[in-house]
Design a protein around this ligand. Structure first.
Ligand code: SAM
Length: 466
């Protein structure tokens, strides 16, 4: 199959001069100010480009016709990086970049990059390629696609519906980078290599369970955890470099590695990965799991507070009015919650009539445990007993004790559980297991948190004096 020039109206960029990335990134960033976020435009630091280009396995590419693709190419930095650092491969390869944003392409056109790099203007997720590629490399956009102002990647409802139809890994509030990974794997030749820098969230969040399975079924996956600093201060996101080999022989192979101080070290290797959550187990986390007979989700039903958008649209909710304190209660959020303490003050500005709280969530009227989520900021899982039964909103979980078989044999009181959740033991468990992958615990992580009975809790404190 041959590349069809007319269909994609490629922009051919002339003259053989390499870019000085930093200058151009800054200039383009200034030019794009208003729309930068809508397209998820964050340029990759040059050292990361070099790091990723180093991972290209030139030895395994034996085809006569070699095709290299950078999706969401921006300034085509990866393609240029390959031309610079992999001259033998570059001599034989044909280079393609796909970019949706005309301003970015115009800027790129004004630069002097090698004219054998073809830039195609299209939405990568809807682009129909006639070629398969030996190597796909880059930094796709990140964000939840939506036309709503709450989300970063601006996509119209019909386009989003097309994405949903096309991508089998699409699930829940899917992040656009997941679809970029799926599309790229589909566009690889057998034996082809995909190298992307993406957020680390796909390792653990439920929205990516289909993507993890897709990866495990289609080849070998190496995940190099880079931590939260790569894109700072522009973006605060924990990232990984994923190095994927499309090959039936390597299906289910997973390597978890970690980058620190210029070195990469192996954390673990599995050959039977079926898309399970990818965690950093340590001796400590394994021991805590062995010592606990329960998980939090077995003893408690876990519910989340209504989101701000729901509160804003609820006709029973009033905003910043002078209310009769006897009839109304302030709606609380994460800022009202500290370790073992609830600050019953009107911090959100939202109020609701006492008699209407049940309309928001009926469990608000039952005494239960509330858990705040901001663990990455302070490393804490802040929990407290909610006995006054106030209404809540935002990122706060509610733990409602189940009446089940596990519950009967479980002898910790709610106060004991609150003490355990606020302890350094849980803090260390969460940090060891999930590093800084997300800002806060997901509901699944919370459900899976090991929970000891009284005797086990005593033994944990004896064994690990934190
Ligand atoms: C995270 S930036 C990466 C830019 C560049 N690859 C780099 O590493 O510096 C993502 C780029 O993808 C482009 N983009 C966003 N959505 C796209 C889509 N659906 N198809 C193609 N390009 C897209 C943006 O305009 C932006 O240039």
């Amino acid at each position: 199959m041959k590349y069809k020039e007319k269909k994609y109206q490629p922009v051919l960029v002339k003259e053989e001069v390499l870019l000085d990335y930093r200058v151009h990134q800054e200039k383009l960033n200034k030019n794009l100010k208003g729309t930068k976020k809508d397209y998820g435009i964050f340029f990759t630091p040059e050292w990361i480009i070099d790091f990723m280009v180093d991972l290209v396995d030139t030895g395994s590419i034996i085809d006569k016709e070699i095709y290299v693709l950078e999706p969401a190419c921006g300034l085509a930095q990866f393609l240029i990086g390959i031309k610079k650092n992999k001259p033998a491969l570059s001599k034989k390869a044909k280079f393609f970049g796909v970019e949706i944003n005309q301003d970015v392409i115009n800027y790129l056109k004004s630069l002097h990059i090698p004219d054998d790099i073809r830039i195609i203007r299209d939405d990568y997720l809807l682009w129909q390629s006639d070629l398969l590629f030996n190597l796909i490399i880059g930094n796709p956009p990140y964000g939840i696609p939506s036309s709503s102002e709450h989300y970063t990647i601006k996509v119209s409802p019909p386009t989003k519906a097309k994405y949903k139809r096309q991508y089998e890994t699409w699930y829940g509030k899917y992040n656009i980078y997941g679809a970029f990974v799926e599309k790229s794997i589909r566009l690889l030749k057998p034996g082809g290599q995909l190298i992307f820098i993406i957020p680390a969230t796909f390792m653990i969040l439920d929205e990516f369970k289909k993507l993890r399975k897709f990866l495990s079924q289609n080849g070998g996956t190496a995940i190099i955890y880079m931590g939260p600093d790569v894109f700072k201060p522009e973006a605060d996101v924990s990232s990984v470099v994923i190095n994927f080999l499309k090959s039936a022989k390597f299906a289910k192979r997973l390597e978890l590695l970690e980058y620190a101080n210029g070195k990469v070290k192996t954390v673990k290797i599995a050959t039977d990965w079926q898309g399970e959550v990818v965690k950093f187990e340590t001796k400590y986390t394994k021991n805590i799991e062995d010592m606990c007979s329960y998980s939090l989700g077995e003893i408690y039903e876990i519910r989340i507070s209504p989101r701000t958008s729901e509160i804003k649209n609820n006709p029973c909710v009033l905003v910043n009015i002078s209310v009769n304190g006897k009839e109304y209660l302030p709606i609380l959020n994460g800022r009202n919650l500290a370790s073992n303490m609830i600050i019953y003050e009107p911090l959100t500005g939202y109020w609701i009539k006492k008699t209407e709280i049940n309309k928001l969530r009926n469990f608000f009227s039952i005494p239960h445990i509330v858990v705040g989520l901001g663990f990455r900021k302070n490393g804490n899982v802040a929990a407290a007993k909610e006995e006054k039964c106030y209404p809540w909103m935002g990122d706060v979980y509610h733990l409602l004790r189940r009446n089940n078989l596990f519950g009967f044999s479980f002898d910790m009181s709610d106060s004991d559980v609150v003490e355990y959740l606020n302890s350094d033991y849980v803090k260390k468990y969460v940090k060891d297991m999930y590093r800084e992958i997300t800002y806060h615990l997901s509901i699944t992580q919370l459900k899976n948190l090991p929970l000891p009975n009284k005797k086990e809790w005593g033994k944990i404190k004896e064994k690990w004096s934190l």
